[in-house]
Each structure stands twice: as C-alpha cells, then as structure tokens.
Ligand binder design. Structure first.
Ligand SMILES: Cc1cc2nc3c(=O)[nH]c(=O)nc-3n(C[C@H](O)[C@H](O)[C@H](O)COP(=O)(O)OP(=O)(O)OC[C@H]3O[C@@H](n4cnc5c(N)ncnc54)[C@H](O)[C@@H]3O)c2cc1C
Length: 328
C-alpha cells in the first residue's frame, strides 16, 4: 500500500496464530549471551519508522520506546556485560547506568542490572485491530482461509475467489508447510500487580512489561513439543514461579504463586526456522512467501516485507541468508 499498490488480504483467524499473542518487544540485543540481534542496526530504524508511520495513518501510537532493564543473574554475567560494552557493535546498545524507576525497588537484583538502549514495544493487538477495522471498512480484508487449490493461474498473475493480481504472497506464519520451518509454542500471561508501579521493561530469563495501570505482561515460554496444545497449566505455573522469584516482598510462597491475579493467559506458535533466519522467496509463477519471523516478528517484518517487494517488483536479488531456496 505504501507503494501505491492495490492490496487484498485473506486472513482466517486460526488458533495458535502468533501476532495476536506476541508481547511486541523490539530488542536489538540477544540477552542470553549479550550479542547483537541479527542485523539489528539495519532493522531497528526501519521498524521504528514503519510503526510510527502506521500510527500517523491510523491516528494512534503503536510504537512505544521503553527502557529495558536486564537483571544480572550472577556476578559473572554482570562482569561479562561490562566486557561486552567495549564491543564496537553491541556495546553501542548497552549501558550500566542505574535505572531510577521506583518500581525496581521491588525487583530482586543482588548482582545489579544493565540497560539496553533503543528497545521498544509495539502494541501489536492494537495495531492488528486498527488495520482490521480499516481494511474491513475499505472492503479489502476477507476473513476466509485460502488453500493452494483455490488459486488459479491466469495470464500475468493469479485469480483468487474472483480477484486477480500479479502477485500472491503467502504469510501463513506457523501454519505454513515449508522446508526449514520449525514451529515453537510460546505462552504469556497478563498479571495484575497492584502497587508495583514498574514503569520499565524488566528482563531476567523472561520479561515483565508494564501495560499501564496495575497490569503487566509476563512471558514467554518456549516449547518444541505439542506446539498446538493451546495454553497449558505447566507454562502458567512456570511463568508465575519466575515472577515470584523476581519480585521482592511478595506475600506468597513459590507454591502459592497461583494466587497472583492472572488477567489472561495465551498461547501461540512462533514460526521459527532451523537456522533462525526469515524465509522469503518465490514458490512459483506469481506466488511468494514471507515467513520465518520466529520470535522477532515485530522487528523483522517491516524489513522482510520491504526486501520481498524489492525483489518482486524491482527485481533486486534476494539476500541468500533469507532466501527460502537455501532449504531446497
Ligand atoms: C508467546 C509469544 C510471545 C512473543 N513475543 C514476541 C515479542 O515480544 N516480540 C516479537 O517480535 N515477536 C514475538 N513473538 C513472535 C511473533 O509473534 C511472530 O514472529 C510473528 O507474530 C509472526 O507473524 P506471522 O504474520 O508470520 O504469523 P501469524 O501472526 O500467525 O499470522 C498468520 C495469519 O495468517 C492466518 N492464516 C494462516 N494460514 C492461512 C491460510 N491458508 N488462509 C488464510 N489465513 C491463514 C493465521 O490465522 C494468522 O492470522 C512472540 C510469539 C509468541 C507465541
């Protein structure tokens, strides 16, 4: 649409879809080992511009820069963070400045914390709802499933339910059956924590994201088995245990963690890949795929869409790192 093209979307809401569940965090640093996320310096500004522009277009802010506080689990990791700060790439995004957010006093951090600069969260559900309403008004969104048999080849393009177009792009997320894809279940909670007053995103193993008021998003789990199971009691207990461990002065024993006020509990399936890179490319005349956004869809999607269009419309070569032909 930004390129002035006519676009029609077919989307059948399916159990396990990822974006409606995503926390929407955008973080340029892989926190477990303090490495730069794949191509973060290139992807981050494209994502920021994309979501800001969507906000202007739809009359609401979806891109929210937020300080990301990484709580060090050990003295060793605190030391490693300092070493990584000297790295010419990732160091640019790291700081050891003390965050003065009052809510952090309730967070257990015997080894202190560091901060990631230029993190943000995207209000993904707000964005999806806003686009959905707009596209329904404009009659360019159909809530129906598409099967390969529904697509007819016509001269110069495809025909789908009476609509013709020169390109059909399959963005089926975890439902796609393409080589290289590895679906991974993830679960997250919204928990009401009256009086916590946390205004920053906190990460230690998982994350706590303030949503406004007393509500916080807590996540996420990773599970490679029974990926279509939906929300599980085990993941819920695991997330609450992690929350209990992180918060000081919680009037609960770990086994009582269930007493937290859980507002909602969702599961979705991440469309990851065996080499953790997106899956983009053509799958036949006039048909293409945009997939493999894994656990970083918020940051990756704008760049991936742009890259695919540069290829389809302007004939630019696909980056071999994301080209789905690597699994052929
Ligand atoms: C618990 C959890 C937390 C996450 N947190 C984050 C995070 O903080 N930051 C981040 O960047 N990413 C996060 N992710 C990952 C993120 O959700 C994904 O990278 C991203 O949403 C994938 O988007 P997608 O459009 O490829 O797939 P989806 O969002 O699943 O979209 C695919 C859509 O197509 C529909 N569909 C599929 N097949 C068809 C068909 N044949 N016909 C019609 N419709 C069809 C589906 O119903 C769905 O609506 C998280 C994921 C989970 C599960």
């Amino acid at each position: 649409m930004r390129r002035g093209l006519r676009v029609r979307t077919f989307d059948e809401p399916r159990e396990g879809r990822a974006s409606w569940v995503a926390a929407g965090l955008v973080n340029p640093v892989a926190l477990r080992r303090t490495f730069l996320s794949w191509r973060a310096p290139e992807l981050l500004p494209i994502a920021g511009a994309f979501y800001r522009e969507a906000g202007l277009h739809l009359g609401r802010e979806f891109w929210h820069p937020v300080p990301l506080v990484k709580v060090f689990p050990s003295a060793k990791e605190a030391g490693e963070w300092r070493v990584r700060m000297n790295d010419p790439e990732v160091g640019h995004y790291l700081s050891v400045e003390t965050c003065t957010d009052p809510g952090l006093q309730r967070v257990d951090q015997p080894y202190g914390h560091g901060q990631v600069k230029r993190a943000a969260w995207v209000d993904m559900v707000g964005l999806l709802n806003a686009w959905r309403d707009r596209w329904k008004q404009e009659d360019i969104l159909e809530e129906r499933g598409v099967r390969p048999d529904d697509v007819r080849q016509v001269p110069g393009g495809v025909d789908l339910y009476g609509h013709t177009a020169p390109h059909l792009v399959w963005c089926e997320g975890p439902f796609a059956r393409i080589k290289g894809s590895v679906p991974v279940r993830g679960e997250r909670l919204t928990v009401r924590l009256p009086g916590l007053g946390l205004g920053v995103l906190v990460h230690r193993g998982g994350f706590i994201l303030p949503l406004g008021g007393d509500d916080y998003r807590v996540g996420s789990t990773y599970d490679w088995d029974n990926v279509w199971s939906g929300p599980t009691a085990a993941a819920r207990a695991d997330l609450l245990r992690r929350l209990h461990k992180l918060l000081l002065h919680t009037p609960l024993e770990p086994e009582e963690a269930e007493a937290f006020h859980v507002v909602d509990h969702w599961a979705g399936v991440r469309p990851t890949t065996s080499d953790r890179r997106p899956l983009i490319g053509t799958i036949g005349p006039h048909q293409a795929v945009l997939n493999g956004l894994g656990s970083k869809g918020a940051m990756l999607a704008p760049w991936c869409a742009q890259h695919l269009l540069d290829h389809l419309l302007d004939g630019k070569p696909l980056d071999p790192e994301v080209d789905l032909a690597r699994f052929a």
